[in-house]
Design a protein around this ligand. Sequence first.
Ligand code: BGC
Length: 244
Amino acid sequence: MQRLGIDIGGSGIKGAPVDVTRGTLVEERWRIPTPQPAAPAAVAEAVTELVGHFGWEGPFGCTFPGAVKGGVALTAAHLDPAWVGLDAGAVLGRATGLPVKVMNDADAAGLAEMCFGAGRGRAGVVLVITLGTGIGSALFVDGHLVPNTELGHLEVDGQDAETFAADSVREAEGLSWKKWGRRLDHYLRRVEDLVWPDLIILGGGVSKKSDRFLAHLETRAEVVPAGLLNNAGIVGAAMAGGVR
Ligand code: BGC
């Protein structure tokens, strides 16, 4: 069974039709840079362009980089603040003319990892952390998602964690893998003190380069890179797209 998954990020909006029984992309993913400012109408237009690119006509799933409840965006750290309080599902549904289910991007990536990736078959407490423009988190207890955990905004040493440990900060500050790896380790250890995961899965684009920084992590829990690398958000969005 195929469904379209779209992943809205702070720097890019990516999508592809997904085989939701296997967790694989059935066409090459397509990416549009996130419009700046990322106001609702501009983002909805980009999503509509992606839907058109694939000639998609059925229901689809879409991620949003903020807390989402019942389709309503409750935060929008990396998009225009006009999103906050808006029914993102209704905005994207009106723009595309298609039924859409919207969920938090890290939660979607986490669902995909638990079903098809590094978390497959893992019981206990599994924490998926996505490292990109910001830091996203998805917490699973025996395979069940605790939605909207927002651990990327945990305050560490008086700072919002994603402002010192996100992958975008590594790039912006030109940090070495070792220096950034140590920052990430400091952050993950604070998180570990609070939620005591059995397994930590690191996702986001940087998960492709995990060999450069995993050696700098000294967490209690086992840490592994995401199995679906940076496609987890798209796959998770597509999986969510079928849930009404
Ligand atoms: C947002 C999260 C999101 C993460 C990754 C954070 O700034 O608050 O909801 O999952 O960025 O995009």
